[in-house]
Design a binder for this molecule. Sequence first.
Ligand SMILES: Nc1nc2c(ncn2[C@@H]2O[C@H](COP(=O)(O)OP(=O)(O)OP(=O)(O)O)[C@@H](O)[C@H]2O)c(=O)[nH]1
Length: 334
Amino acid sequence: MDTMDSEPASSSSADPLQSIPKSPVVVLMVGMAGSGKSTFMHRLVVRLQSQKKRVYTVNLDPAVRNLAYPINVDIRDTVNYKEVMKHFGLGPNGAIMTSLNLFATKFDQVLTILGRRAEMLDYILIDTPGQIEVFNWSASGQIICDSLAVTYPTTVCYVVDTARCVKPVTFMSNMLYACSILYKTKLPFVIAFNKIDVIPHDFLKEWMEDFEKVGDALSRESSYVASLARSMSLAMEEFYKNLRSVGVSAVTGAGCEDFEKALGEAAQEFVDSYVPFLMEQRKDLEEKRQQAVEEQLKSFEQNMDRAKRGRDQLEEDMQNLSIEERELDLMSLG
Ligand SMILES: Nc1nc2c(ncn2[C@@H]2O[C@H](COP(=O)(O)OP(=O)(O)OP(=O)(O)O)[C@@H](O)[C@H]2O)c(=O)[nH]1
């Protein structure tokens, strides 16, 4: 990699946190449904591979139909979300969340797979479902983020549909989501204002730099949400100040160079700021992670009681959940 020197975990100190390697850099692609996460993942895979970077991909969206990029670990190989709908009597949204929760309880298997490949990789790109609440309050988001971040430099790429943000209320609600994910994960963050081939993102930059401008735009709307957003806009200033944001187009590739630069800076921030934070908070974080896994398992037990299939069958299914790597084309790793 250009920005980071590879350094195997075992080479530095005995403290596992001090010996977090500088690569592979993990990029969690997060954003609302339709913002362009998967298309942007594809764009990055192609770009990074053409730069001879070694890229590994993980898909965490159980309901996605087609993905254009090669996938190395795919939640769909482990959890059938339509079966989850039937088992737990859920609708599509609930089934996606539950599938991810099931997968998260076995996330140590993903870490084992990644651990086998880590030394030969520069990037691990992770696609996630548009159910953004996974990263706001669901246990699975916490388990996934925390497990990755104690092992690899981990960054969040928050993808925003620029064209939809012409509505200031949509912009504000996107930013409030982003803010809550940033404060929850505390991970280095890059906002990718996507679809700039449709509309340039300059107006969003202006809104972020001058809260009065977004206030003006919001004052043209009279809904309850608009007045709530208006009162939040000043409070968001502090959040914007510490934010890296880049305009990109997943379709044309515009802005991707700037994005890659921002990603390098975010990975450096992980080393400079997040690792010391981790070392300070380690006990607390580990307890929280354990607690999240236990709560998740408990909630499955309760759901099992209500589920349509027999409890024994469901318990057996859960024990058998096994996460496998897809057959690896080493050439595709560059
Ligand atoms: N014009 C334009 N369209 C884009 C761009 N990126 C994505 N799209 C389109 O936006 C739609 C949604 O893109 P996806 O990549 O499926 O979005 P996603 O965030 O993965 O969606 P979910 O899986 O529902 O969460 C598709 O029709 C894409 O072709 C872009 O940069 N420009």
